[in-house]
Design a binder for this molecule. Structure first.
Ligand code: HEC
Length: 181
Protein backbone atom coordinates (compact mmCIF):
# COMPACT_ATOMS: atom_id res chain seq x y z
CA UNK A 1 0.00 0.00 0.00
CA UNK A 2 1.28 3.51 -0.81
CA UNK A 3 2.15 5.91 1.96
CA UNK A 4 -0.67 8.18 0.86
CA UNK A 5 -3.25 5.39 1.16
CA UNK A 6 -2.13 4.33 4.62
CA UNK A 7 -2.54 7.91 5.78
CA UNK A 8 -6.06 8.20 4.43
CA UNK A 9 -7.04 4.80 5.90
CA UNK A 10 -5.71 5.91 9.27
CA UNK A 11 -7.65 9.17 9.15
CA UNK A 12 -10.83 7.38 8.05
CA UNK A 13 -10.44 5.01 10.99
CA UNK A 14 -9.96 7.94 13.34
CA UNK A 15 -13.18 9.53 12.05
CA UNK A 16 -15.06 6.22 12.40
CA UNK A 17 -13.81 5.72 15.96
CA UNK A 18 -14.76 9.28 16.82
CA UNK A 19 -18.28 8.68 15.50
CA UNK A 20 -18.58 5.41 17.41
CA UNK A 21 -17.51 7.13 20.62
CA UNK A 22 -20.00 9.94 20.00
CA UNK A 23 -22.78 7.37 19.47
CA UNK A 24 -22.01 5.58 22.72
CA UNK A 25 -22.06 8.90 24.51
CA UNK A 26 -25.43 9.86 22.97
CA UNK A 27 -27.00 6.49 23.85
CA UNK A 28 -25.72 6.43 27.44
CA UNK A 29 -26.61 9.79 28.92
CA UNK A 30 -24.69 10.46 32.15
CA UNK A 31 -26.51 9.38 35.30
CA UNK A 32 -27.87 11.99 37.68
CA UNK A 33 -26.66 11.36 41.24
CA UNK A 34 -29.95 12.47 42.85
CA UNK A 35 -32.02 10.28 40.50
CA UNK A 36 -29.79 7.28 41.24
CA UNK A 37 -30.24 7.89 44.97
CA UNK A 38 -34.03 8.12 44.57
CA UNK A 39 -34.02 4.93 42.49
CA UNK A 40 -32.08 3.10 45.21
CA UNK A 41 -34.73 4.20 47.73
CA UNK A 42 -37.56 3.03 45.44
CA UNK A 43 -35.89 -0.30 44.75
CA UNK A 44 -36.03 -0.93 48.51
CA UNK A 45 -39.35 0.63 49.47
CA UNK A 46 -41.35 -0.47 46.40
CA UNK A 47 -40.28 -4.05 46.97
CA UNK A 48 -38.39 -4.65 43.70
CA UNK A 49 -35.44 -6.10 45.63
CA UNK A 50 -37.72 -8.55 47.47
CA UNK A 51 -38.04 -10.66 44.36
CA UNK A 52 -35.51 -9.37 41.83
CA UNK A 53 -32.47 -9.54 44.16
CA UNK A 54 -31.26 -13.07 45.00
CA UNK A 55 -31.65 -13.99 48.68
CA UNK A 56 -33.02 -10.58 49.67
CA UNK A 57 -36.23 -11.69 51.44
CA UNK A 58 -34.57 -14.57 53.25
CA UNK A 59 -31.70 -12.41 54.59
CA UNK A 60 -33.74 -9.45 55.86
CA UNK A 61 -32.40 -7.38 52.99
CA UNK A 62 -28.75 -8.09 53.77
CA UNK A 63 -27.50 -8.47 50.22
CA UNK A 64 -24.67 -6.25 48.94
CA UNK A 65 -25.80 -3.74 46.35
CA UNK A 66 -23.50 -5.31 43.75
CA UNK A 67 -26.09 -8.12 43.44
CA UNK A 68 -29.26 -6.01 43.50
CA UNK A 69 -31.84 -6.45 40.72
CA UNK A 70 -29.75 -9.17 39.03
CA UNK A 71 -32.66 -11.66 38.97
CA UNK A 72 -33.26 -14.81 41.02
CA UNK A 73 -33.16 -18.58 40.56
CA UNK A 74 -35.90 -19.15 43.13
CA UNK A 75 -39.04 -20.19 41.27
CA UNK A 76 -42.57 -19.03 42.05
CA UNK A 77 -44.82 -21.96 41.28
CA UNK A 78 -48.60 -21.85 41.04
CA UNK A 79 -51.46 -22.42 38.61
CA UNK A 80 -49.59 -20.15 36.14
CA UNK A 81 -46.52 -22.41 36.03
CA UNK A 82 -43.16 -21.40 37.52
CA UNK A 83 -41.84 -17.87 37.05
CA UNK A 84 -38.50 -16.33 37.98
CA UNK A 85 -37.95 -12.68 38.86
CA UNK A 86 -36.06 -11.31 35.86
CA UNK A 87 -32.64 -9.76 35.79
CA UNK A 88 -33.71 -6.11 35.59
CA UNK A 89 -30.19 -4.94 34.68
CA UNK A 90 -30.41 -7.04 31.52
CA UNK A 91 -34.00 -5.94 30.90
CA UNK A 92 -32.97 -2.26 30.67
CA UNK A 93 -29.54 -2.89 29.12
CA UNK A 94 -30.52 -1.96 25.56
CA UNK A 95 -33.48 0.24 26.47
CA UNK A 96 -33.52 4.03 26.54
CA UNK A 97 -34.97 5.76 29.58
CA UNK A 98 -38.04 6.82 27.57
CA UNK A 99 -38.58 3.25 26.34
CA UNK A 100 -38.42 1.97 29.91
CA UNK A 101 -41.04 4.52 31.01
CA UNK A 102 -43.55 3.43 28.35
CA UNK A 103 -42.80 -0.30 28.87
CA UNK A 104 -43.17 -0.03 32.66
CA UNK A 105 -46.44 1.90 32.30
CA UNK A 106 -48.03 -0.84 30.17
CA UNK A 107 -46.35 -4.20 30.84
CA UNK A 108 -48.29 -7.22 32.10
CA UNK A 109 -46.61 -10.33 33.46
CA UNK A 110 -47.46 -13.56 35.28
CA UNK A 111 -47.70 -13.74 39.10
CA UNK A 112 -46.29 -12.86 41.47
CA UNK A 113 -44.99 -9.80 39.56
CA UNK A 114 -47.16 -6.89 40.76
CA UNK A 115 -47.21 -5.30 37.29
CA UNK A 116 -50.45 -3.43 38.12
CA UNK A 117 -48.51 -1.49 40.79
CA UNK A 118 -45.57 -0.78 38.50
CA UNK A 119 -48.00 0.53 35.84
CA UNK A 120 -49.11 3.18 38.36
CA UNK A 121 -45.64 4.41 39.31
CA UNK A 122 -45.11 8.09 38.44
CA UNK A 123 -42.90 8.87 35.48
CA UNK A 124 -40.19 10.59 37.50
CA UNK A 125 -39.94 7.60 39.86
CA UNK A 126 -39.70 5.24 36.88
CA UNK A 127 -36.86 7.40 35.51
CA UNK A 128 -35.12 7.22 38.89
CA UNK A 129 -35.48 3.41 38.99
CA UNK A 130 -34.03 3.20 35.48
CA UNK A 131 -31.03 5.33 36.40
CA UNK A 132 -30.41 3.34 39.56
CA UNK A 133 -30.63 0.03 37.66
CA UNK A 134 -28.19 1.39 35.06
CA UNK A 135 -25.79 2.44 37.85
CA UNK A 136 -25.53 -1.13 39.13
CA UNK A 137 -22.84 -2.22 36.71
CA UNK A 138 -22.34 -5.61 35.04
CA UNK A 139 -25.74 -7.00 33.96
CA UNK A 140 -24.76 -10.65 34.58
CA UNK A 141 -26.78 -13.75 33.68
CA UNK A 142 -30.49 -13.99 32.84
CA UNK A 143 -32.85 -15.61 35.37
CA UNK A 144 -34.04 -19.15 34.47
CA UNK A 145 -36.72 -19.36 31.78
CA UNK A 146 -40.41 -19.70 32.59
CA UNK A 147 -41.60 -23.31 33.17
CA UNK A 148 -45.16 -24.27 32.09
CA UNK A 149 -47.59 -25.67 34.73
CA UNK A 150 -47.26 -29.32 33.61
CA UNK A 151 -43.45 -29.34 33.91
CA UNK A 152 -41.28 -29.84 37.00
CA UNK A 153 -38.86 -26.93 37.64
CA UNK A 154 -35.18 -27.86 38.08
CA UNK A 155 -34.61 -25.13 40.71
CA UNK A 156 -35.97 -24.68 44.24
CA UNK A 157 -39.37 -22.98 44.22
CA UNK A 158 -42.00 -21.46 46.48
CA UNK A 159 -45.37 -23.14 45.96
CA UNK A 160 -48.55 -21.10 45.81
CA UNK A 161 -51.52 -23.28 46.75
CA UNK A 162 -54.64 -22.80 44.65
CA UNK A 163 -57.14 -20.67 46.58
CA UNK A 164 -59.79 -22.67 48.47
CA UNK A 165 -63.19 -23.01 46.83
CA UNK A 166 -65.47 -20.10 47.84
CA UNK A 167 -67.64 -20.84 50.90
CA UNK A 168 -70.54 -18.72 49.68
CA UNK A 169 -72.75 -20.86 47.43
CA UNK A 170 -72.58 -19.78 43.80
CA UNK A 171 -75.70 -18.17 42.36
CA UNK A 172 -77.57 -20.71 40.26
CA UNK A 173 -76.77 -20.32 36.58
CA UNK A 174 -79.42 -18.98 34.24
CA UNK A 175 -80.84 -21.58 31.86
CA UNK A 176 -78.69 -21.89 28.75
CA UNK A 177 -81.27 -20.12 26.58
CA UNK A 178 -80.91 -16.90 28.65
CA UNK A 179 -77.11 -16.82 28.83
CA UNK A 180 -75.32 -14.07 26.96
CA UNK A 181 -72.36 -16.27 26.03
C1 HEC B 1 -43.44 -10.65 44.51
C2 HEC B 1 -42.27 -10.69 43.64
C3 HEC B 1 -41.98 -9.50 42.76
C4 HEC B 1 -41.93 -8.16 43.10
C5 HEC B 1 -42.22 -7.52 44.45
C6 HEC B 1 -41.54 -7.44 41.91
N1 HEC B 1 -41.38 -8.32 40.87
FE1 HEC B 1 -40.96 -7.83 38.94
N2 HEC B 1 -41.18 -9.79 38.39
C7 HEC B 1 -41.39 -10.84 39.24
C8 HEC B 1 -41.46 -12.07 38.49
C9 HEC B 1 -41.65 -13.47 39.06
C10 HEC B 1 -41.33 -11.72 37.14
C11 HEC B 1 -41.39 -12.66 35.91
C12 HEC B 1 -42.87 -12.78 35.52
C13 HEC B 1 -43.10 -13.68 34.33
O1 HEC B 1 -42.28 -14.55 34.03
O2 HEC B 1 -44.14 -13.50 33.65
C14 HEC B 1 -41.15 -10.27 37.11
C15 HEC B 1 -40.99 -9.51 35.96
C16 HEC B 1 -40.70 -8.17 35.93
C17 HEC B 1 -40.43 -7.41 34.74
C18 HEC B 1 -40.46 -7.93 33.32
C19 HEC B 1 -39.06 -8.36 32.96
C20 HEC B 1 -38.98 -9.19 31.70
O3 HEC B 1 -37.86 -9.74 31.48
O4 HEC B 1 -39.93 -9.32 30.95
C21 HEC B 1 -40.13 -6.13 35.14
C22 HEC B 1 -39.74 -4.97 34.25
C23 HEC B 1 -40.23 -6.09 36.57
N3 HEC B 1 -40.59 -7.35 37.02
C24 HEC B 1 -39.96 -4.98 37.34
C25 HEC B 1 -40.21 -4.90 38.70
C26 HEC B 1 -40.05 -3.68 39.47
C27 HEC B 1 -39.52 -2.37 38.92
C28 HEC B 1 -40.44 -3.97 40.74
C29 HEC B 1 -40.54 -3.02 41.91
C30 HEC B 1 -41.37 -1.86 41.69
C31 HEC B 1 -40.85 -5.38 40.75
N4 HEC B 1 -40.68 -5.89 39.51
C32 HEC B 1 -41.33 -6.07 41.85
C33 HEC B 1 -41.53 -10.76 40.62
C34 HEC B 1 -41.63 -9.59 41.34
Amino acid sequence: MEKHNIKSVVSMLAVAMGLAAANVWAAEAPLDVKMVERGRYLSVTSGCNDCHTPGYLASDGNVPEERWLSGDTLGWRGAWGTTYASNLRLFVKDMSEDEWVSVAKTLKRRPPMPWFNLNKMEENDLRALYQFTKSLGEPGMPAPAYVPPDQEPSTPYALFPSPPAPKVPQAPQAPAAFRVN
